[in-house]
Design a binder for this molecule. Structure first.
Ligand SMILES: CC(C)(COP(=O)(O)OP(=O)(O)OC[C@H]1O[C@@H](n2cnc3c(N)ncnc32)[C@H](O)[C@@H]1OP(=O)(O)O)[C@@H](O)C(=O)NCCC(=O)NCCS
Length: 167
């Protein structure tokens, strides 16, 4: 289940940043150490940003925080945006990723009236590639050696989904 991100969620979500192996899969900028206090202070200082909508992924059973996801880069003129997601290690492989992706698509297409969603991931990220394809995303291209990841260049795959293709 997705809900609005609350300040209290950051204490759990901070683990995604502390886990460098996960952070390099999701963060475009180079990883730097950051304390939870620094993260909370950034959260408090940020201005409202209509182009990026953040959600917390929680367990329907008990409300436990499982991860976060985002509809980012919302372009209201061209009616497109991108999706991003990161789950805590113990929450992976149990269907939450696919569920969250579908809910974000529904939000983007039905509630926001967007026409196209993009999703970018490393060519080595089998879990994300499989989940994106299961959600109906089509592989549209590859940016060769686009990302520097843990000591080597890795291709980035580009996926896309149009509103008419989402069911
Ligand atoms: C990528 C991620 C969001 C996928 O979510 P998830 O909850 O683990 O995936 P799901 O359980 O919903 O699985 C969806 C499909 O992908 C498959 N899958 C999941 N993990 C897989 C893996 N490691 N290898 C191969 N297939 C995998 C599942 O089998 C399932 O297909 P099925 O229905 O045919 O069984 C999650 O693993 C994650 O947060 N990873 C770390 C952060 C990350 O890489 N984010 C994306 C950055 S672009």
């Amino acid at each position: 289940m997705l809900r609005a991100m609350a300040r209290d969620d950051l204490a759990v979500l901070y683990r995604l940043h502390e886990d460098v192996d996960t952070a390099v899969l999701t963060e475009v900028d180079p990883w730097v150490p950051e304390t939870l206090e620094q993260r909370l202070s950034r959260y408090d200082d940020r201005s409202p940003d209509p182009a990026n909508v953040r959600f917390t992924v929680v367990s329907l059973a008990d409300g436990q925080v499982l991860g976060s996801c985002i509809v980012w880069g919302i372009d209201s003129f061209n009616r497109n945006a991108h999706l991003g997601i990161s789950l805590l290690p113990q929450a992976r492989g149990r269907g939450h990723g696919l569920d969250a992706l579908r809910v974000m698509c529904d939000y983007a297409f039905r509630i926001r009236g967007l026409h196209r969603l993009g999703l970018e991931t490393l060519a080595t990220n089998t879990a994300m590639i499989t989940t994106a394809e299961k959600a109906g995303f089509r592989r549209e291209g590859v940016r060769r050696d686009h990302a520097w990841v843990m000591g080597s260049f890795v291709d980035e795959l580009l996926f896309g989904l149009l509103a008419a293709e989402f069911s």
